[in-house]
Design a protein around this ligand. Sequence first.
Ligand SMILES: *[C@@H]1O[C@H](CO)[C@@H](O)[C@H](O)[C@H]1NC(C)=O
Ligand SMILES: *[C@@H]1O[C@H](CO)[C@@H](O)[C@H](O)[C@H]1NC(C)=O
Length: 395
Amino acid sequence: MGKRGCAVAITMIMVMWLASLTAATSRRSMLTNSLGMTPPMGWNSWNHFGCNIDEKMIKETADALVSTGLSKLGYVYVNIDDCWAEISRDDEGNLVPKKSTFPSGIKALADYVHSKGLKLGVYSDAGYFTCSKRMPGSLGHEEQDAKTFASWGIDYLKYDNCHNDGSKPIERYPVMTRALMKAGHPIFFSVCEWGDMHPAEWGAHVGNSWRTTNDISDTWDSMISRADQNEVYAEYARPGGWNDPDMLEVGNGGMTKDEYIVHFSLWAISKAPLLLGCDIRNMTKETMEIVANEEVIAVNQDPYGFQAKKVRMEGDQEIWAAALSGYRVAVVLLNRGPVRYSVTARWDDIGLDPKSVVEARDIWEHKTLETRFVGNLTATLDSHSCKMYVLKPIA
Ligand SMILES: *[C@@H]1O[C@H](CO)[C@@H](O)[C@H](O)[C@H]1NC(C)=O
Ligand SMILES: *[C@@H]1O[C@H](CO)[C@@H](O)[C@H](O)[C@H]1NC(C)=O
């Protein structure tokens, strides 16, 4: 081969190599913002306040996340949900913060929240209007809105699915993904198409989290059924992309203390986003004890990011388990039934060698049990309650 032939051959090989690299990259991860290496933690306005929001209460919430110590535990996102913008865009087509409730604008709010060491999230919709129909959605304005959010310093976008044009989420959502990637500021992208088109199967290319369910409400049935629907997709969760069974209701008053402990335990072990949905400015001691449990939070934030699976169901009794770093296993023993019942977690169900001797830490009681367990561990549980352990083989 002459010099020229050789150069042509090398060029062709380079082109083919580059093409395959590009294809592999876009197939693997269109969204490459390096965010969400553990599930996001913070607060969102919707569950407690709905549309009843303004800049004063958002600032007070940011203050409260710091003064309660919750921000130190990882709750850093302050996420404004629906209803923050005027119904009409300005003459250039930009979103306009609602003058009556956010007179200082969102940029000023972002600056305030950042000055506290926190991050600010906003909300939009892959449709013509948001779900409240009180503000525009971003469909057809993706690049412009992503640029606006980036210019304000926004750190998180929840992207809802109301009032769309009937096209598939898998067509509408990636438009915003690309817009966010081009906007020049890393923004956590929370895909919220309610689980309609199995987003777990495509979400990793598109968002940092994807809702697997319809909206949660503050009842036991709503909460537990969302945990169930979300569990189906456990194998898809991984650092950078999480299944999202919706935000927390702990502290909003619709469930008992035991039920809220189940709620928080299942969200933690399922590697769900931990987004508080109560009034942070006015939390009871009981609510604080639940959401500030550092050992339960540590299970959620474990670097491996394995989502729990239901490894055994016997009637109303269930075992949920997830491998953790350090050869440990997190396990939830759950009684969903109406009466007190005893529940057993077996080593061969939860991925431990049946012969291994295990140290069990009860992470709601904050006690390492004196008994060493071989083969199984049993707890007797009241109705709608659970136990949560971190198990560590010691021999
Ligand atoms: C604070 O919470 C209590 C219930 O825990 C409620 O009765 C009270 O109205 C709340 N206060 C405000 C200002 O929301
Ligand atoms: C639990 O393990 C013990 C031995 O450590 C065994 O005697 C018992 O039958 C086991 N129980 C269950 C429910 O597997």
